[in-house]
Design a protein around this ligand. Structure first.
Ligand SMILES: Nc1ncnc2c1ncn2[C@@H]1O[C@H](COP(=O)(O)OP(=O)(O)OP(=O)(O)O)[C@@H](O)[C@H]1O
Length: 236
């Protein structure tokens, strides 16, 4: 069996004087993994730990066999934050050429990633005039430049209409089929069904971990939202 792509053990993160992650442990395998939990439960904080952008109090975070944030992971991990990561006044192509230089990857990668996110028709359009979904895909294209083995996406479908959300999820699956592990956070429980594996998170802890089928079966529920509520009730 393949080793986990991410292994987090007893991770403690304090933000604003509060234990936002009070000692979380989890694994992320290959495929598409959903990190689902309500707003403020600590998803972004956890993802920041995986990419080495968060000060941690204690515990360990290993990514692709190396400590999170180590130099060798720079092109091996792609990260798309909630904030726009592309320049509005540059075209799609110009943005990607710029980030390719920053990352030190070959310029030929630009064509590959534009293709991967199906933005060929918008290559010469300035990002400021793209739709929300197209802009998300432009940000995703930047993250794909280094051919990452792990792609970390923080709420990539927020604010998108159902058709665009479906298209993006199909893209995540294509990326996973091409061999990258994909970790996607969301606070929308109905996105759960689209994942191979789920990590349900609440108040800085993982309350369930498994495939959507396993989590439904273990909780005797028919959908993940009901499973989440069942688990929360059980804690009371
Ligand atoms: N810069 C900060 N300083 C202090 N506390 C913070 C900071 N950023 C976030 N927090 C707190 O950490 C907790 C977890 O926030 P985080 O952004 O990780 O949650 P989230 O699950 O990603 O939420 P959302 O879905 O709304 O993005 C929240 O209680 C938040 O108030």
């Amino acid at each position: 069996m393949m080793k986990n792509v991410v292994e987090v053990r007893d991770l403690v993160v304090v933000r604003g004087g509060r234990d936002v992650l009070p000692g979380i442990s989890l694994d992320v395998p290959a495929g598409v993994t959903g990190l689902l939990g309500p707003s403020g439960c600590g998803k972004t904080t956890l993802l920041r730990c995986l990419v080495g952008a968060q000060r941690v109090r204690s515990g360990s975070v290993e990514v692709l066999g190396a400590p999170a944030g180590s130099g060798e992971l720079r092109t091996r991990v792609g990260y798309v934050t909630q904030a726009a990561s592309v320049y509005d006044d540059l075209t799609v192509g110009e943005n990607l050429a710029f980030f390719a230089r920053v990352l030190g990857v070959d310029r030929s990668s630009v064509d590959r990633v534009i293709d991967a996110v199906s933005l060929g028709d918008h290559r010469d359009q300035v990002v400021g005039r793209l739709s929300g979904g197209q802009r998300s895909r432009a940000g995703l294209a930047v993250a794909l430049l280094g051919e990452p083995e792990l792609l970390v996406l923080d709420e990539p479908t927020v604010g998108l209409d159902p058709v665009l959300r479906r298209d993006l999820w199909e893209l995540f699956h294509r990326i996973a089929e091409a061999g990258s592990a994909v970790l996607v956070s969301s606070h929308v429980m109905d996105e759960a069904e689209r994942c191979h594996r789920l990590l349900l998170m609440r108040e800085g802890r993982i309350i369930a971990d498994g495939s959507p089928d396993e989590i439904r079966a273990n909780t005797g529920t028919t959908d993940i939202e009901a499973a989440f509520l069942h688990l929360v009730e059980g804690e009371r």
